[in-house]
Design a protein around this ligand. Structure first.
Ligand SMILES: [Zn+2]
Length: 108
């Protein structure tokens, strides 16, 4: 069972850019623009979903929807549990790439 703090960690600590990059052809098209990462909004299809680096949430400036990592995975066809399992693995890899020890969220 997913704990609340793990869900928070995969929403907040795993950069959406990494999620979009890892999804590759299965996810939306995305690119860096003026220091912000934008990707194609799964709701309206415009390249207007822009990641806010402060809270790691994407906001679409076309249809005004907010999208987080979990939303994005589910919009790409994953069910909730596989989505958070995959994101949790990517977060662990991301954090070990950074040379960080595990956060309190993933420690037992
Ligand atoms: Zn949109």
């Amino acid at each position: 069972m997913m704990r609340k703090d793990q869900l928070r960690a995969i929403r907040n600590d795993l950069p959406m850019k990494l999620t979009v990059t890892r999804l590759g052809p299965h996810g939306p098209f995305g690119k860096e623009h003026d220091g912000y990462f934008r990707f194609q909004c799964p709701h309206c299809g415009q390249l207007q979903a822009t990641v806010n680096p402060v809270n790691n949430l994407a906001h679409c400036f076309c249809c005004s929807k907010n999208i987080n990592n979990i939303d994005l995975m589910m919009l790409c066809g994953h069910d909730f549990v596989p989505a958070v399992t995959i994101l949790g693995r990517w977060l662990e890899e991301y954090q070990s790439d950074l040379g960080q020890t595990k956060t309190s969220a993933s420690a037992r």
